[in-house]
Design a protein around this ligand. Sequence first.
Ligand SMILES: [Zn+2]
Length: 295
Amino acid sequence: MGKRKRGLYLLLRLNRWTLALAGGLCAAALLLVTVQAAAAPEESVAVPAVMYHAVLQDTSRHGRYTVSPQEFESDLQYLTSHGYTTVVMADLIAYTQGGTLPEKPVLITFDDGYYNNYVYAYPIAQQMGCRFVLSPVGIWADQYTETGEENAYYSHIVWEKLRKMADSGTVELQNHSYDLHQTGKGRSGAKPLPGEDPGAYEALLTADLTRAQEDFTGHGCPAPTTFVYPYGAYAPSTQEIVRKLGFAATLTCEEKIARITRDPESLYGIGRFLRPSGLSSQAFFENRMKLGQEE
Ligand SMILES: [Zn+2]
């Protein structure tokens, strides 16, 4: 073999190796993409969520929006004994950023910030090592902080106690509007009025939610990450504005079990089941929420 021919031969051999190597890499990459694509749909976690409002001993008050302390305690006992672990929104947000979740997460939520949540639900959860999301309405917390009135039947939690609960790690505070928890003036919660000017609506919602955020941080509480729709009322534009304001998640009153994926979008529109009084924990979780059958 002459020098030139040998050189050409080596070059061809090299090319063959390079081609083989490149081909191998392509195949490996393709395999990786295929494996990832196949794994992606499975990488979602069912997150059942329960919605409570008031907790009172007085049986004459029990109903859709008021449970007894015993019912709440029994619910937590049912969940923990069936392998569920209570999580808060920070855990779900972390999951979309690559974090981990317990095998059977459950979200416990209290809306409106009733003082009786502090009296009953907070110590029960603390004692059982459970956590919950509490979403007070800004103006009500302000009003009772000003008067200092504390009554389990009707008052709302004052800022000092909201902060104390948040500091304990048992409670995570979220935004339930500053002053949109009303149906007066024709508006249902944070939803736009029929035919409302989009710019005016955005300005109103932005001002209200921002004021609530400032109320939390101004009282030494962490800034909420989630907006909890008053009455579960919202329109597509509500969701867009809430997202634009930087909220990572929204909670609704649609009775469905959310599936959280690695996609942060899965945090918007999380459903919750209203827990009424008068049902056993087993009847509520198994018949109403169909826990264990969500797959
Ligand atoms: Zn509410």
